[in-house]
Design a protein around this ligand. Sequence first.
Ligand code: ADP
Length: 624
Amino acid sequence: MSVRSKSANGGAIRSRLAKYLQGGEGSEVVAPAPPVPIRDIFRHFWPYAQPYRRYITLSVVLMAATPLLQGARLYMVKITVDEVLLKANLRPMLWIAPITIGLTLLVGALSFFNAYLSSWIGERFMANLRGHFFDHLQGLSLPFFQQRRLGDVLARLLGDTGVIGTFVISGVATALSAIFAIFVFGVGMFLIDWRLALIFSLTAPVFVTTVRMLSRLTKGAARERSRRGGAMMAYAEESFSNIALVQANNQQDRESAKFRTESMAALRAGVIVTRLRAIFSPTTDLVQAIAGLGIITVGTVGIKDGRLTLGVLLLFVAYTQQLYGPMRGLARLYQTTYAASAGAERVIEFLDEQPEVVDRPRAENLQKPHGAVEFDDVSFTYPGSAQPALRNITISLEPGQKVALVGHSGAGKSTLARLVLRFHDPSSGVVKIDGKDLRDLTVTSVRDSSALLLQDTLMFDGSVRENILYGNPSASEDELIEAARAADAHDFITRFSDGYDTGVGQRGSRLSGGQRQRVAIARAMIRSAPILILDEPTTGLDADSSHKVLHPLRRLMAGRTTLMISHNLMTVRDADVILLLEDGRIAETGSHDELIERNGLYAHFVRLQTESREDVSAAGTRVS
Ligand code: ADP
């Protein structure tokens, strides 16, 4: 009956807590991670600690030694009371003093070394975990990043791993030393006087029950705090990376409000964690005081009966004092564990994500690729999507051939190109390079055989040189300059005061759109890969820049099998074959002239574009 009412009560507290936590109007910007049992958390993270096994063993031995020495030191107090104080005899001090000092120094040295060692292990564990987590994230497929808030990914990489690290540094050390201390002093107490020890052990169940209840509640709040932390990072990242949009539309207040909502929710959850921790101390103080009074009472009777000496009673009390510390530590640790496990769940959720594309066992390296590309009845559906993005695509490109992919937005052009880079594997059918199924090849060798040029030229905040060499870090200075010349970039680069060492700024902001594109062409050029994928590289450039890019682009295409995605039908004419995609299918295929003659959808597109261009120039004439 009592058990029932207790659990009902616990349930009520939990549901009130849940309501309180969700009190803030919060969006589900960052969904909660699925819960993971503590045992599985350890199984997940143990491999990152494994390289430091030997140090961990050393640390455990030192931890076991500390309470033994501490116990011996306290025993010296007992001897001092019984032999020196009660007998008013200073003589034994001659040997008591040096032993006490020696033991104290030894305990001090041990705890110093132990603190250092556990921190050393913990920091390395955290760095190891973070490094591995970063590598793992880098290997995940593009849709993973498209579906997640970047800020939340960063929060998990930096924040949540930190929580786990701290737990490992202080938590595991606290746990082990507490367990050893409880064992040593517990046994010591029973050896001194079992009656007193029994009184003391009555307090244990109260401790355990309180700890368990509070810890479970803590976990809910800690989980919420972590999740809101992720949401805050996500808002901040989005808001700052789109700062021009925010400011131009005067949306600062709205962004601030969203950020504050999450921040307040994190604060609320944080306060609950603290409050739950704070409740613990007064509860245990009370238990401790009652137990203390009981021990003194029974102990006094023992002294009166001559069963105990004052020194023994004092030693016993000193041992109980030594026990409360570790017991509290263990209790706090129980809570910290639950708090850390909330962070761990968020890390594990991402660690369990598998890349869509992985090397098969015994996958082959594509050697000296020629660049023949083949799609054999390829269909592809994005995971979680109902409609296929590509249906029964069959194409065959000889090395050096150029294909233009045209069609409405959403027709499947980029998806087709991504299959060549093996960002995804086809749902059915086969994609081949040089007659080899891409699934039998290593992902790196497949990607090494292609160069990619996007509409958004991706730049790192570094020098022009670094950005070009990103395509092939082992290229020589001559190759670098040759690539830049072929991309018509050498001249403008050398006009910068720092030449190739000029910084391009965040996302290449110090270069014009056309310059950025030419640097990107140089980067593609230096790869000397036989396959080239152009994803609307001239879109977004003005007519003049677009014109300037065209020549280097042709040089880049020369001799490379090229898949060119373009809305600009003028650039498409260069292609040997045009593929018109419609709803993931090849709707029309042929050369420009053939397709015009056919007078189908392609011819319709060309007419539309020519008309709109004439409209624009007519409007231009009118204005001027
Ligand atoms: P295009 O490049 O021709 O504009 P895409 O290849 O980008 O077309 O898209 C083809 C289809 O696949 C579209 O219906 C689009 O909504 C869908 N799609 C694209 N990327 C994803 C994704 N990561 N997850 C689910 N569906 C996607």
